[in-house]
Design a protein around this ligand. Structure first.
Ligand SMILES: C[S@@+](CC[C@H](N)C(=O)[O-])C[C@H]1O[C@@H](n2cnc3c(N)ncnc32)[C@H](O)[C@@H]1O
Ligand code: SF4
Ligand code: SF4
Length: 360
């Protein structure tokens, strides 16, 4: 949190700073149609508006120049569907000494891709596995053999790390908490241990794309989750697997339904402008979707197109500054209702650091 708080503190005294992190979706195309994902609601993906390869590379180069430090490559769709450009983006990020994380469904890797990512010292990979067995994973991900495929990729990464004698990438699962896995979280920890992974990162589910069935937790299941989470935490401690499961011990934080009030509640009793900003992402995080729409947080829906702009123009644009001003006035955009506990906790940490280390 150090650098994020440091840059937010400079913004607070009138010194605009570059984003610390960029979250980039190289493509909206995907080879899967997971049941809880927005992809399940659309018939065809339009790739005609995707940013060109050259634009992607120029964004990475400019980011390095202006002081961006971290990258999250995700989707949208599956980054590996756009293999060549995405692999080049990885290389360019590392050549420019920035930190990178990839979130992937893990089903499209060739051996040479895995080897390459390990060789270039890519920093972190999170493979999306939502169930500890093929029955759950293949159902949720709508793909027979999907579990076996993702687990095989996971093992391959662990193997190449050993063979090439590397400590990186730090390897983890991204696991969407849902009705079918909430009582098997300890088994997710076991699976991570078994494939040589270091992390199980749980994500709250956003239920807005579910039409046919319930995958969110009901009140009974949310209460039970607390017990399951404790059990998983114990297992993780024993096997030395990192996890954020303790962040879900409060029932109200388990899904992403109407999060706006949770974000707002965090600061309702404080008045100092920056200390009481409900969310700090607009000052440190730039999101770029596959069609070039960019916004100042990870869950944005309002922004500007980057096609004909530099990063700097975009980051300091009137649109972004309006979002920041509204945030200071506790006037949150509608899309905050889709946000998650992970962001609320990050904001808590930054606020704590601002109070402790800076005179604002
Ligand atoms: C949209 S995917 C894109 C990257 C890649 N295709 C994958 O599945 O990892 C990014 C992450 O969002 C998660 N995700 C998808 N739909 C979600 C939902 N409704 N609620 C919470 N997380 C979701 C996925 O499981 C994945 O970990
Ligand atoms: S693999 Fe990722 S992007 Fe594709 S449908 Fe599943 S969650 Fe969505
Ligand atoms: S959606 Fe709202 S609360 Fe979430 S990161 Fe964006 S601005 Fe912050």
């Amino acid at each position: 949190m150090g650098l994020k708080a440091e840059r937010v503190a400079k913004w607070a005294v009138g010194e605009p700073q570059a984003p610390v992190r960029i979250e980039l979706h190289p493509t909206n195309k995907c080879n899967l149609k997971c049941r809880f994902c927005w992809q399940s609601t659309v018939k065809e993906i339009d790739t005609s508006t995707e940013l060109s390869d050259e634009k992607l590379y120029s964004i990475v180069r400019e980011a390095a120049e202006i002081g961006v430090k971290e990258w999250i490559i995700s989707g949208g769709g599956e980054p590996l569907v756009r293999r060549n450009a995405t692999m080049n983006v990885f290389e360019l990020i590392k050549k420019n000494n920035m930190w990178g994380q990839l979130t992937t469904n893990g089903t499209l890797f060739r051996k040479e891709d895995v080897k390459k990512l390990v060789e270039i010292n890519w920093d972190q990979i999170q493979i999306s596995i939502d169930g500890p067995n093929s029955k759950i994973q293949d159902y949720l991900r709508n793909k027979k053999g999907g579990f076996a495929n993702a687990v095989e990729t996971a093992r391959l990464f662990s193997k190449y790390k050993i063979n090439l004698d590397k400590n990186q990438p730090y390897l983890g699962f991204n696991t969407v908490l849902n009705r079918l896995n909430y009582d098997k979280l300890d088994e997710m920890i076991d699976l991570a241990y078994d494939v040589g992974f270091q992390l199980v990162y749980f994500e709250p589910i956003y239920g807005g794309y579910l039409t046919k069935e319930r995958l969110t937790l009901n009140e009974e299941e949310k209460k039970e989750l607390r017990y399951c989470a404790k059990k998983a935490k114990k297992r993780a401690n024993r096997l030395r697997i990192d996890t954020n499961i303790d962040r879900f011990m409060q029932t109200k934080l388990v899904d992403k339904s109407d999060f706006k009030h949770v974000v707002l509640r965090e600061t309702e009793n404080s008045f100092n402008h920056f200390i009481s900003a409900p969310c700090y992402q607009p000052w440190y995080l730039l999101g770029i979707k596959a069609n070039g729409l960019a916004g100042c947080c990870s869950t944005f829906e309002v922004g500007e197109y980057i096609q004909d702009k530099t990063l700097k123009e975009l980051w300091l644009s009137k649109t972004f500054n309006e979002i920041r001003n509204n945030m200071l006035n506790k006037n949150l955009p509608e899309y905050c209702s889709k946000c998650s506990v992970v962001v609320v906790m990050d904001n808590k940490d930054i606020r704590k650091s601002l109070k402790k280390n800076y005179e604002l």
